[in-house]
Design a protein around this ligand. Structure first.
Ligand code: NDP
Length: 453
């Protein structure tokens, strides 16, 4: 890394202590940018990077609510507006006990580049709470969402900041959040995406992130005249992204063999079929059960509980050709990356945000496998959120086929841009550099155009 970038990174660490995920996300982008800054001195002169690492705004608030026993509970709420140079802030809400400012800043920072890549006019933001929806009743989740929105509603709006779902925030939570916003603001607008189909949501939005990650993998394979059909695929997670990744993989003739949750993972050598996926969707989205039940239901599958003492995740230690990490950040460490490569994996398409550690990413790049970083590979979700915003503004609904065609077109365009940009800046085939540089250029140019604000 160039001296001035290393110095800036040191400042980021000093100024944002205790936020390792944010440092990691900034490091990964800085690693790609030296050739761009050298070719375009105007970015250094305009202190574009210094501005991009500082959120435009951070809102942090108390969320008091009452549980079913009448006890008062207090959580912490956040919304970060990272960059609005190319459009209103846009990015999901995460409800998970691990949520803190640093994790949301990493997600908001990544979102800026990702949204820029989608070709749609969206800035980057992220938010959430340390509230854990797991084990809560529907009524408790509703009261929490209402309390959260009581404050958040002051800071968002269809032209200002448009949140969506992420870990722990699915269609149930978006419904409760939207209902409260509408009541408080006395208006029905497209202020959230991921809404129900009957009240402003877009067809294909639930499917979009998983489908998009698979489309991206298919595009990467095409560069080697290959396709997904017949490939064995390792998938982690069992939530929104993982479910629709598996659905699209089955449709394309691939064989997904794993899924996980925070307690463990299943390995089903015969492959997860449509019928088995329907069981998972019912289990996870309706009954809110655990993935271990899959192995009880389908005898051939093996369930392995997570062993936190291990230095690797055994889910990544099976013979396969493709991997779709779709659970959470840093779920593939250096050891896991080495295991994947040793087992024959040569396509990694990141459904989750920053699921691979820096050491893991470096191994993938050195091995020159087809590695699609989350910023590019999982951008289908936010892109389709952008399409939901467009439909809301026009007060029309596109058909399933129309939205899916647009999603495919966007994923192809992102792939093409990443490849062409990587090539233009001297690192052909490196999608990490391609995504970081292409995402950066559009935002940086908009910031220069708009002056020092
Ligand atoms: P969901 O809440 O629907 O599912 C998350 C899944 O990952 C669950 O199976 C969950 O298990 C597991 N998981 C979560 N945290 C951990 C953890 N710390 N350790 C192990 N397993 C964990 O979330 P999504 O599917 O929406 O999101 C998954 C990833 O995709 C995230 O990184 C998110 O940021 C990213 N993403 C999501 C988009 C979207 O449109 N939803 C868009 C782009 C990226 P359990 O149920 O046991 O907690």
């Amino acid at each position: 890394m160039k001296d001035d970038l290393a110095e800036l990174l040191a400042q980021v660490k000093a100024k944002n202590p205790g936020e390792p995920e944010f440092h990691q996300a900034v490091y990964e982008v800085f690693e790609s940018l030296a050739p761009v800054l050298d070719r375009h001195p105007e970015y250094r002169k305009g202190k574009i990077l210094q501005r991009m690492i500082e959120p435009e705004r951070v809102i942090m608030f108390r969320v008091p609510w009452q549980d079913d026993s009448g006890e008062v509970q207090v959580n912490r709420g956040f919304r970060i507006g990272m960059n609005s140079a190319i459009g209103p802030f846009k990015g999901g809400l995460r409800f998970h006990p691990s949520v803190n400012l640093g994790i949301l800043k990493f997600l908001a920072f990544e979102q800026v580049f990702k949204n820029s890549l989608t070709t749609l006019p969206m800035g980057g933001g992220k938010g959430g709470s340390d509230f854990d929806p797991k084990g809560k009743s529907d009524n408790e989740v509703m009261r929490f969402c209402q309390a959260f929105m009581a404050e958040l509603s002051r800071h968002i709006g269809p032209d200002r900041d448009v949140p969506a779902g992420d870990i722990g925030v699915g269609s149930r939570e978006i419904g409760f959040l939207f209902g409260m916003y509408k009541k408080l603001r006395n208006e029905f607008t497209g202020v959230l995406t991921g809404k129900g189909i009957g009240w402003g949501g877009s067809l294909i939005r639930p499917e979009a992130t998983g489908y998009g990650a698979v489309y991206f993998a298919a595009e990467m394979l095409k560069t080697r005249n290959e396709e997904l059909a017949g490939k064995v695929c390792l998938v982690s997670g069992s939530g929104n992204v993982a479910q629709y990744t598996v659905e699209k993989l089955i449709e394309m003739g691939a064989r997904p063999v794993t899924l996980s949750d925070s307690a463990g993972y299943i390995y089903d050598e015969a492959g997860i079929t449509r019928e088995k996926l329907a069981f998972i969707m019912q289990l996870k989205n309706v009954q809110r059960g655990r993935i271990s039940e899959y192995a009880s239901k389908f005898g051939d599958a093996v369930y392995t509980p997570i062993d936190r003492k291990l230095d690797h995740n055994p889910l990544w230690n099976y013979q396969a050709q493709c991997a779709f990490p779709s659970a959470t950040q840093n779920e593939i460490n250096e050891k896991d990356a080495a295991n994947l490569l040793r087992n024959g994996v040569y396509v990694v398409s990141e459904g989750a945000n920053m699921p691979t550690t820096i050491g893991g990413v470096n191994q993938f790049l050195e091995a020159k496998i087809l590695f699609g970083p989350g910023k590019a590979a999982n951008a289908g979700g936010v892109a389709t959120s952008g399409l939901e915003m467009a439909q809301n503004s026009m007060r029309i609904s596109w058909t399933r086929e129309e939205v899916d065609a647009r999603l495919q077109g966007i994923m192809k365009a992102i792939h093409k841009t990443c490849r062409a940009t990587a090539e233009r800046f001297g690192t052909p085939g490196n999608y990490v550099n391609g995504a970081n540089i292409a995402g950066f250029l559009k935002v940086a140019n908009a910031m220069l155009d708009q002056g020092i604000v």
